[in-house]
Design a protein around this ligand. Sequence first.
Ligand code: HEM
Length: 137
Amino acid sequence: MSQPLIEAFGGRETIGRVIDRFGAYVEADPVMRAIYPEDMGPGQEKVKLFFEQWMGGGPVYSQQYGHPRLRRRHFPFVIDDLAVGRWLRYMRQAMVDEGVPDEVQRVIFEAFGPLARHMANAGEDVPREPLGDVVLQ
Ligand code: HEM
């Protein structure tokens, strides 16, 4: 792919729409909904910023919240294999819905597959308290 990933994806606006749709799929699935906090808004905004950064759109996420430490940040939420599978399915479906090109999805899910499996923590003796946000100045 010759253009930056974020441009091939459709830019920030497309990231916003994909994460909103992903959120709607989670809301409609009682198993997934139970994992997420009551107010999904702030978390969804962080995921948008993280995706922008991950796709090369600039380090706003890390400027605001520090190193992603993704596995650690997920410890307060018990994530099992079922949740991993649904996360990937809903994220994929949201990208299909929003018309993200197939070859871009392929690149993304080659990375997201292992990353999502790495997030599984059910049955592990990990600290369950939130990491807490250090908002960098
Ligand atoms: C595998 C299944 C996954 C589940 C069930 C899951 C669930 C969650 C939950 C419950 C939150 C907290 C939302 C909130 O505080 O409102 C969260 C946050 C987040 N997730 Fe996931 N997640 C998964 C995988 C992933 C993957 C693969 C990525 C990256 C590609 C990711 C990126 C994020 C980010 C960036 C945040 C915000 C973290 C922060 O700054 O606090 N998640 N996720």
